[in-house]
Design a protein around this ligand. Structure first.
Ligand code: COI
Length: 357
């Protein structure tokens, strides 16, 4: 494992005073991690330095062809002052899976974990502690070759920044309204839908703007081929409770394999619920809503945690779910996931990793 050089800031910033006004991803801590890659040295010379702008050539490949990977995870402070990461091994594995798909060199898992732990430790006083808040961690890799031809870059930067954050949606745990998109698509099988990369998110913007204009906060995507099967929401995976069973779209190559998604499945099974990962058609959903079989719906994501869905709209049909309130499974998942993350619920799964010191 490579040793990280640490240069501490001489001008620490003021930390946010009012944790109820953090919002999501707007404030950044005093430090960042940065590690370059080139063909000669591989990933080398990792450093933690004061948070600062980076200088890139206007010709850097990331600006032109979008060769980049990003991740999202969170750090929490427990009541007794310990600092916990939630399933960082899963994010590291997914990052390298995305890297493979995007022709970015893999990052050694031990260097990645050491980077996360060391940076969070340096900025641990920035971790907010109010319920619903956390330190959001954003690792990413960008392609930096100054070149306009289309090929994988030979040089990269791996950077990690930290952002003390509150709820992803302004509404917090209040149920969100979701628009089922039947015109634009996000990803197709064989494409890059399974990778965590900017291209998937820019592909989502036009539909998101349309949904916002109609008073909906997110878009639920249908499959890119038949536009018939449920895939995922812009920043979350999606779950339904239909006739007592928990149902979520199976991972098919175009859906992001969410860490919170995996945790929801594990927890529901642990509680003895039946969980199905399978294809769900939008017609099945409309039918289930009509007959009353659709009992609950929620999204899962690192940023969003568990986000109850109060209404879904498909074409001209508006499906109200659970009277627009927070369903019992959504609430139990939210309480358990955040309880594990903040050390309030005993971690019998071995999901939390302590940042020592
Ligand atoms: C996350 O949940 O961490 C994500 O990366 C989603 C992002 C678009 C906010």
């Amino acid at each position: 494992m490579q040793e990280i050089k640490i240069e501490l800031t001489k001008t620490p910033k003021q930390k946010p005073q009012d944790q109820s006004k953090l919002g999501f991803g707007k404030i950044f801590t005093d430090h960042m991690y940065i590690m370059p890659y080139n063909k000669e040295h591989g990933w080398h010379d990792p450093k933690i330095v004061p948070y600062q702008p980076i200088t890139l050539e206007p010709s850097a490949m990331v600006f032109h062809y979008g060769q980049e990977m990003f991740e999202g995870l969170k750090a929490y402070k427990t009541e007794d002052g310990r600092v916990l990461l939630f399933r960082p091994d899963k994010n590291i594995a997914r990052a390298n899976h995305s890297n493979d798909r995007l022709c970015i060199p893999e990052i050694p898992a031990d260097d990645f974990l050491n980077a996360l732990k060391t940076l969070v430790k340096v900025d641990k006083d920035w971790i907010p502690t109010q319920p619903g808040t956390s330190l959001y961690i954003r690792p990413f890799v960008i392609a930096t070759d100054p070149f306009l031809g289309v090929r994988p870059s030979d040089t990269y930067l791996f950077i990690i920044i930290l952002s003390p954050s509150g709820a992803y949606y302004e509404s917090g745990l209040d149920p969100v309204k979701i628009w089922i998109e039947d015109d634009y698509v996000r990803a197709v099988r064989g494409g890059i839908g399974e990778a965590k990369t900017g291209g998937n998110y820019v592909a989502s913007l036009a539909a998101q703007v349309k949904a916002h204009d109609e008073g909906y906060s997110q878009v639920l995507w249908l499959d890119g081929v038949e536009r018939k099967y449920i895939e995922e929401v812009g920043a979350m995976n999606i779950f339904f409770k239909i006739n007592g069973k928990v149902v979520t779209p199976m991972l098919n190559g175009s859906i992001l394999p969410g860490v919170t998604r995996a945790s929801c499945i594990d927890l529901c099974k642990h509680w003895g619920m039946e969980v199905e990962e399978r294809r769900i058609s939008v017609d099945e959903l409309v039918e289930a809503a009509k007959s009353g079989a659709l009992e609950e719906c929620w999204g899962s994501g690192t940023a969003a945690v568990i986000s109850p869905v109060g209404a879904l709209r498909y074409e001209d049909t508006v499906m109200e779910i659970g009277g627009g309130g927070i369903g019992p499974v959504s609430q139990k998942l939210y309480d358990t996931v955040t309880g594990l993350q903040t050390g309030k619920v005993e971690d019998t799964f071995g999901w939390t990793v302590e940042v020592d010191g």
